[in-house]
Design a protein around this ligand. Structure first.
Ligand code: SAH
Ligand code: SF4
Length: 386
């Protein structure tokens, strides 16, 4: 594993100085209140800006109509701008999935990937309000870093490594979500939208920024943490910190298990040499789960490497022994150029699921989404061909 620190990156909250623009998006109501106080305005106006950016999806200071024209002009003259991340490119899959390249900073051409996965309702929603949309629920897959340093052998994102300044800021993380909510005219509260932090990057190696983004999404955008799932490859210090987050701000947790034992796991996930399975499970046990909450173990099936019947029995034993309320999500490996694995046979995937269930472990098969546009799990690598 290429080691990276989880140093937070400044959140671009500083007031404009020397011509560098001040970006409002990414600040919470309190931060916005401080900006307004600095402009000699009543701090409650911060709430108006938050409402405009996070609920009405406004992207220009000039469009925040709850502020006086004079104040909007003054803020703009001083260099304040909304600065919400922008969808720079869109790829559409035949299954309804959309993959976006999102520019996180105005003028910065480096992009991250975000994926929209609608679930059709077969035209039976029947609600007049829903007439114009062809989905009843949707999931947004969000990136936390511009690449990844963890170097899992089966993952295309790993090939990018993690560039300097590869940690996304709260603005970059929450901004992906709001840009996609805006694109699909989602009304939070009415529409059912789930978030999965399973895009590019290891969220727990960018912990502070990741959790700051969650707080924004919960408090300002109004999304429920119970509809959010964060996936980690097993960064134990991150899981330990996560365990002490308050329940009203803590997403659900998924652990990328991906192998039945430490030996195979260390071969395909070098991070296992630092934090083996038992250490990860010990950290997960510290989390105080909500009623009915389960830990998800993700398991990527690599033909011949992790998809054999004896592997399924070992996984069932391992999961049962944790004593955790848990389920297993099986993911057939999605291929990528230059990655030396083979997709499992559908029969092997079904047999694996059957074996887990027979051994008393709930198991689901995650259907690949958007494979034709490189949007499926582990395929996010800023490919620009559709
Ligand atoms: N870095 C985090 C979250 C992003 S990866 C993590 O690893 O958990 C999200 C999921 O995609 C992980 O469970 C990972 O094991 C899986 N994955 C990675 N590459 C894949 C591929 N090529 N095919 C299928 N799943 C893959
Ligand atoms: Fe990083 Fe997750 Fe890919 Fe591993 S699977 S390289 S942790 S993005």
């Amino acid at each position: 594993m290429r080691e990276k620190s989880d140093q937070p990156v400044p959140i671009d909250a500083a007031p404009p100085d020397g011509g560098s623009p001040g970006l409002l998006f990414g600040l919470d109501a309190e931060g916005l209140a401080a900006v307004l106080a600095g402009e000699g305005e009543a701090s409650w106006r911060g709430k108006q800006i938050a409402e405009a950016m996070y609920s009405q999806y406004v992207t220009e200071v000039s469009s925040i109509t709850t502020l006086s024209l004079e104040l909007r002009r003054r803020l703009a003259e001083k260099g304040w701008q909304v600065g919400r991340p922008r969808i720079a490119n869109t790829f559409q899959s035949c299954d309804g999935t959309e993959r976006y390249l999102v520019e996180c900073r105005p003028g910065d051409p480096s992009t991250v990937e975000t994926v929209w996965m609608p679930e059709g309702d077969g035209g039976e929603a029947g609600d007049a309000d829903n007439d114009t949309k062809d989905w009843s629920r949707a999931t947004i897959c969000v990136s936390s870093q511009v690449g990844c340093a963890v170097n899992c052998q089966f993952c295309l994102t790993a090939k990018l490594g993690l560039p300097a300044a590869g940690n996304l800021t709260p603005r970059g993380i929450a901004g992906q979500v709001v840009a996609v909510l805006d694109r699909h005219s989602v009304r939070v509260g009415r529409d059912r939208v789930n978030l999965v932090f399973m895009g590019m990057g290891e969220p727990f190696l960018n912990y502070d920024n990741f959790m700051a983004a969650v707080r924004l999404l919960v408090r300002e955008v109004g999304l429920s943490p119970q509809r959010m799932t964060v996936s980690t490859s097993g960064v134990v210090p991150g899981i330990e910190r996560f365990a002490s987050e308050p329940a009203d701000l803590r997403p659900k947790l998924a652990i990328s298990l991906n192998a039945p034992n430490d030996q195979i796991r260390a071969e395909i996930m070098p991070i296992n040499r630092k934090w083996p399975i038992a250490a990860v499970v010990d950290a997960v046990r510290r989390i105080r789960l909500r009623p009915h909450e389960r830990i998800t173990f993700e398991y990527v099936l690599l033909a011949g490497v992790t998809d054999q019947p004896e592997h399924a029995r070992e996984v069932a034993r391992l999961v049962r022994r944790t004593g955790l309320p848990a389920k297993v999500n099986l993911i057939a490996w999605n291929p990528g150029p230059g990655i030396p694995y083979t997709m499992p046979e559908p029969a092997a995937v079904a047999a694996f699921q059957g074996a887990l269930i027979a051994d008393g472990v709930p198991a689901y098969i995650r259907q690949p989404r958007g494979r034709d546009i490189f949007a499926a799990c582990g395929q996010l690598k800023r490919t620009t061909e559709a």
